[in-house]
Design a protein around this ligand. Structure first.
Ligand SMILES: C=C(O[C@@H]1C=C(C(=O)O)C=C[C@H]1O)C(=O)O
Length: 357
């Protein structure tokens, strides 16, 4: 087969794809009109997951799940944006892992706002300046992001979806010779997570490790200083055009960070594969058994609790706590509803959303 004939076939498939995509957009537009007439929510992560699941199951070509997901998440995001451009804030700066997650969910056509703090992301959604906000909630090696957990209690927002990404770090520098490097910039947590690499290459050297606020800032500094390097994300190295000397330098390739997509008054339909986040402020936790009895209610109904986190209530000088709980299931499941009905004053529902595994 000649190059020309292969390219002709590709052109003809692209023509068909374009026509099919336009037909699809027209149907999505009609769904959008129906939703608007009933004041329903446009973004339906559970329906998007079902589509990706169905296509992955029936797929027998070269594409794998990650590829199907990447292509279709972009198609969904473009469809939604034709209806109503989405404004999305995320914990910046640009090039952060949170930015990477936001783009993977909301695609190239959404409008993004990088904000300097987790609080400012919550506030942008709260005030309606953005429809969605993306913040990290936990890393599987380091634990939870307390600021996010505390703001979930403080603010009246809901969780529309969760997302996870593997955390890969790159070593980026303008220098051609690793022996000429005098400074390495990164975030403190990234230094910790790349400790094996750092001791292998820099243990008995004078190289200074300089902690900065973000790995993007590290990439920016490494772009400006010829003898500096940054430990940063791939996207940050690209954004500031710093050549990558080593890729995937993290100690554990199982390092993953989980993110929440926040919105106001967001309610998902059950998908059959959901997770629910709750806040419990139990009365009388100083009495023996109060927490145990509450948790037993989940066990008795065969609900799998997947997370419990205690945070200080900050009531004067006491040592008292509230709890962030996560369990499998949707708030519409009768068993879960039952627990919530028993504890209306003590338990607040934050969201039921597709469980990413
Ligand atoms: C079209 C819909 O709305 C949105 C767009 C989707 C799509 O492009 O298939 C899927 C779910 C929603 O986020 C729908 O709910 O079916």
């Amino acid at each position: 087969m000649t190059l020309e004939s292969l390219r002709n076939q590709i052109d003809s498939i692209d023509d068909q794809l374009l026509s099919l995509l336009n037909q699809r957009m027209d149907l999505v537009r009609q769904v959008g009109e129906l939703k608007r007439s009933s004041n329903a929510i446009i973004y339906r992560p559970e329906r998007e997951l079902q589509i990706v699941d169905r296509l992955t199951r029936q797929n027998n070509g070269l594409l794998n799940r990650a590829a199907i997901e990447a292509i279709f998440l972009e198609i969904f995001a473009v469809s939604r944006n034709l209806e109503l451009p989405e404004r999305v804030s995320f914990l910046g700066p640009e090039g952060s892992f949170t930015h990477q997650v936001a783009e993977s969910r909301f695609g190239a056509m959404s409008s993004y706002m990088a904000l300097p703090t987790i609080r400012s992301v919550f506030e942008s959604v709260e005030t309606g300046r953005t429809r969605f906000g993306v913040v990290p909630i936990e890393n599987n090696q380091e634990g939870v992001v307390n600021e996010t957990i505390d703001l979930l209690l403080e603010k009246e927002l809901t969780i529309a979806a969760e997302a996870q990404i593997p955390v890969h770090f790159t070593f980026a520098t303008q220098s051609d010779n690793i022996n000429e490097i005098t400074h390495i910039y990164s975030k403190d947590i990234a230094f910790r997570q790349c400790s094996k690499f750092l001791s292998e290459y820099f243990e008995d050297t004078e190289v200074e490790m300089v902690p900065v606020e973000s790995t993007s800032k590290a990439a920016k500094l490494a772009a400006q200083q010829p003898n500096a390097a940054a430990i940063c994300s791939h996207i940050a190295a690209k954004l500031f055009t710093v050549p990558i000397l080593f890729d995937n330098i993290e100690d554990s390739d199982l390092n993953r960070t989980r993110f929440l997509i926040l919105a106001k008054d967001f309610v998902n339909q059950p998908s059959g594969h959901d997770k629910t986040t709750l806040i419990a402020r139990l009365a009388n936790t100083n009495k023996p058994g109060v927490l145990a009895e509450f948790l037993q209610e989940f066990n008795a109904r065969n609900i799998n609790l997947t997370k419990i986190e205690s945070r200080p209530l900050r009531e004067g000088a006491t040592f008292r706590y509230w709890f962030l709980l996560e369990c499998e299931g949707h708030v519409d499941d009768p068993a879960l509803k039952d627990i919530l009905n028993h504890h209306t004053a003590e338990v607040k529902w934050l969201g039921s959303y597709v469980r990413v595994s």
